[in-house]
Structures are given as structure tokens and as C-alpha cells.
Design a protein around this ligand. Structure first.
Ligand SMILES: [Zn+2]
Length: 272
């Protein structure tokens, strides 16, 4: 009897452990699948947008052509109705029909784009929910990312209050500075969405990412940005190259981590 109880307890314990391990890998797996689907979805959106733009330009050019032909016909009519070439009128009709066909095609693509956007938003939400579940189960408020400048680990200026190297004022440093040679690759600390890629006062060329666990990261003073606004980036993907643009005294990455709109020490959010 006692043996049976022991076996029962052991089996239950094993079942619970197996379930927990399986559940975690299910999250990671579904998240990875969804992330790949989201990347594909954004690529499709880009392609559809450029096709729609091309059709739009085509319609504009053809409409202008129709207007010109109409103008020619009116002028011809003023001279003498009989001189209006029949083929001229027909070619204008032909163009009008062509424009109608292209407009139909454009409308169809616009519908597809709308559907794609809805699908993309759903995937994004689903990834965020998987992350939330993971954080809750592991009692975390965010996930630690990876170091953003592989093989350059020195910090020339830490997070917090410091004397600013240019102004000489005591100022709050919102991130950490990592010196590295110009054009060293800067990688995404975690999977996420590019919410800004461009030039900003002081920051120079800067990339801002929003991650699926809610944290944001900022990469500044870049020579140039590789990632474009709206891109989905994976952890470790090259997003920019080290530089000294903006208010900067030498080649380095200025790296920030933001949780709930507050800058935290980035060292607390990376596995160094
Ligand atoms: Zn800095």
C-alpha cells in the first residue's frame, strides 16, 4: 500500500514537471512561429504598398493622357468636326477602359493590404500575450536581452548623473556609452519592432525599438541605420553601425533601455 502511494506521488510529480517544461517550450515555439509569420506579413505589406503606388502612378499618367486627347479633340472640333480622326476618339475610349481595369486591380490590392494589416496586428498581439504569460510565470517584469555591440564590452560612460563631456554640466545620462570603431555592427538586444529610424537632435542617427515584453531600447550616434521604421527585427540582427553623429565626442554606441516610459540602467536588462 505504502509503495503504491510513493509511486503515485512520484508519477504526479513527474507529470507536473513534464507539463511545465512542455508548456514553456510551447510558448517559445509558438512565439517563434508567430514572429516569422509577422516578418513575412510585414514584407507582404511592403510589397503590396509598392504595387499600389505603381498602379496609382499608372492611373495618373493615363488619366493625364486622356485629358490631353480630349483637349486635342475639342480643338480639332473647333477647326472642323469632320477632321476629327475616328481612331483618335477610339484610342481615348481604349485608355478610359484601361484605367478602369487598373483601378479595379488597385482596389483589390488595397483590400488585400487592409486584410494583411489586420492579420499583422493579430500576430503582434499574440506574440505580446505569449511574452506576458512567460513574464508572469517566471515572475519577471521584462526579459533580459543580449549585449548590443558584440565583442566590445567597455563602458566609457555609465548610466546616471555625470558631468557632461561637452557642456560641463551635471546631467542625467539616460544610457550607457560603449566605445567601438566606426562601422562596428550594432545588433538588436531582443526581438522587436522598429518604432523610429532616423535623425534626432543630440542623438544623431538613432534606432528605437519596441520589444514584445513591453521594454524599449535606443541605439544612438550611428554612422548609419540599417533597420527601417516598421521593420520586425530578431534578437542579434544588425540594425545600425557605430558612429559619432549628433552630440558625440568619438565613435561609440549610446544605448538606452526604457521600462514603463522610464529609463533604467541598461546593464540590468542585458545578459552581458
Ligand atoms: Zn551616452
Amino acid at each position: 500500500m505504502e509503495k503504491n502511494i510513493k509511486t503515485f506521488i512520484l508519477t504526479t510529480f513527474l507529470c507536473i514537471t513534464c507539463f511545465a517544461i512542455k508548456n514553456q517550450s510551447v510558448y517559445a515555439f509558438s512565439e517563434d512561429v508567430n514572429l516569422n509569420l509577422l516578418i513575412e506579413n510585414k514584407e507582404n505589406q511592403k510589397e503590396l504598398k509598392s504595387k499600389i503606388e505603381k498602379l496609382h502612378q499608372d492611373i495618373e499618367a493615363k488619366t493625364e493622357n486622356i485629358d490631353n486627347k480630349k483637349q486635342d479633340n475639342i480643338q480639332a472640333e473647333v477647326v472642323s468636326v469632320s477632321f476629327v480622326e475616328k481612331s483618335e476618339l477610339n484610342s481615348s475610349d481604349y485608355l478610359i477602359n484601361e484605367v478602369k481595369t487598373i483601378e479595379k486591380e488597385k482596389l483589390e490590392l488595397e483590400k488585400q493590404l487592409e486584410e494583411n494589416k489586420v492579420e499583422g496586428a493579430k500576430l503582434e498581439k499574440s506574440i505580446e500575450e505569449d511574452e506576458k504569460k512567460y513574464l508572469k510565470e517566471n515572475n519577471l517584469s521584462f526579459k533580459a536581452g543580449i549585449w548590443p555591440v558584440p565583442s566590445y564590452n567597455q563602458i566609457s560612460s555609465p548610466f546616471g548623473y555625470r558631468i557632461h563631456p561637452i557642456t560641463g554640466e551635471r546631467k542625467f545620462h539616460r544610457g550607457i556609452d560603449v566605445p567601438a570603431p566606426q562601422n562596428t555592427e550594432i545588433v538588436s538586444s531582443d526581438d522587436g519592432i522598429v518604432i523610429f529610424s532616423g535623425v534626432q537632435n543630440g542623438y544623431g542617427n538613432v534606432v528605437k525599438l519596441k520589444h514584445f515584453d513591453g521594454k524599449k531600447t535606443v541605439y544612438a550616434h550611428n554612422t548609419f541605420n540599417v533597420a527601417k521604421e516598421g521593420d520586425i527585427v530578431k534578437q542579434g540582427q544588425v540594425i545600425a553601425k557605430v558612429g559619432t553623429t549628433g552630440n558625440s565626442t568619438g565613435n561609440h554606441l549610446h544605448f538606452e533601455t526604457i521600462i514603463d516610459e522610464k529609463n533604467i540602467n541598461p546593464l540590468d536588462a542585458v545578459n552581458k
